[in-house]
Write a protein that binds this ligand. Sequence first.
Ligand code: HAM
Length: 415
Amino acid sequence: VSQKLNAPRGTADVLPEQAALRRRVEETARELLEGAGYGRIETPAFEATELFSRGVGAATDIVEKEMYSFDDGGGRSLTLRPEGTAPVCRAYVEHGMHKLPAPVKLYYLGSFFRAERPQAGRYRQFWQVGAEALGSEDPAVDAELIVLLHQLLTRIGARGLVLRLSSLGNPASRSEYRDELVAYLVTHANRLSEVVRGRIEQNPLRAFDSDDPSTREVMAGAPRLLDRLPADDLEHFSEIRALLDDAAVSYEIDTTLVRGLDYYTRTVFEFTSDDLGGGGQSTVGAGGRYDGLVELLGGPPTPGVGWASGVERILLASSAKPGPPAPPQLYVVHDGARAAAFQLALAARAGGLRAELELGGRSLKGQFKHAERLNARFVAVVENQSVSLRDRERGTERTLGAAEVVGQVQRDLGA
Ligand code: HAM
């Protein structure tokens, strides 16, 4: 006997019971986002590795240790996409979308890949639904996107949501702040955890993320980025807040909010849910502004803002339960008249009915049992010249010509 094979660690099969839930997320996202003028974009599942090392940042966890990279056979390095923002900006530049009226509003839904340590809510292949708006600095774009994500999460039924919001300012003010923070961390280096101490120069902001008690004490007294924002960034931030207040979307200002990707400028935000358990996995969706990214990828200077949300995490945070697919409206039973039964099932589907045909080689009795198990409303028993049609809900039965069955079922369903 050959050894059985399983799906790779950190991946999962989506079975029909779960497919309905995912479809609901997809349909809700489409309704909300297309309703706000966002058009669907699909980028390839893999890209040049350089897109992510340049776009997401060479010193980020994603690029340093979570990418599935491989040689394309011709000496070029490709990577399974770990996120969607850099690919969308690449496509924006490649297709000259800066010539379109701004902002260009795009959304996507698909698989993403990160070689992370798998646990509940954290997978190596996961789905993201994401939205990006390119070409406008207007704080109303930030606010609109945050409201849309909030609506998506609440419509799907995500529980215990908290919105955390902050602003990182512009690259110059951030770099001044960074120097100030580095100096502060160096002064208190002996009280920092080894990991944090090891990356003071490389990634000082991540120190706010540490769980180490002594590090947390030091960080409680550390200078805060929000207190060092230039006036125009502060103004931008306060306009977003005012718009969110008007929209009755509540939020917490979190001055220590750090995102794991390097491209952010100004606005950053995260929706967390208690229902996902603690740790990094409590983030259901997150995003922010990335005003320098398009230029970094070879395009004209173009502001941008967006978010992405993990579909598995949205479902984990919601009370939505998997369920069986909708039952057939018509089940076609036959005892020998297979060709006529086959034709009837096709005609029923052409008439817009959910219809199934007996395909399991069951006895007549077994076929009726199966129709019951499927909970089909109508059962058509096909004989050579005629069809007897049973309505299982009303408990009626009548004999019809084969050509009359579909119309009869449609009428009875409408009644
Ligand atoms: P991110 O915070 O890396 O941001 O991921 C966004 C969301 O994707 C997370 O909040 C989480 O729900 C989901 N997610 C991430 N990694 C995993 C995983 N291993 N397993 C399951 N779900 C996961 C981005 O990806 C940015 N591109 C968001 C963005 C768009 N910023 C601006 N525009």
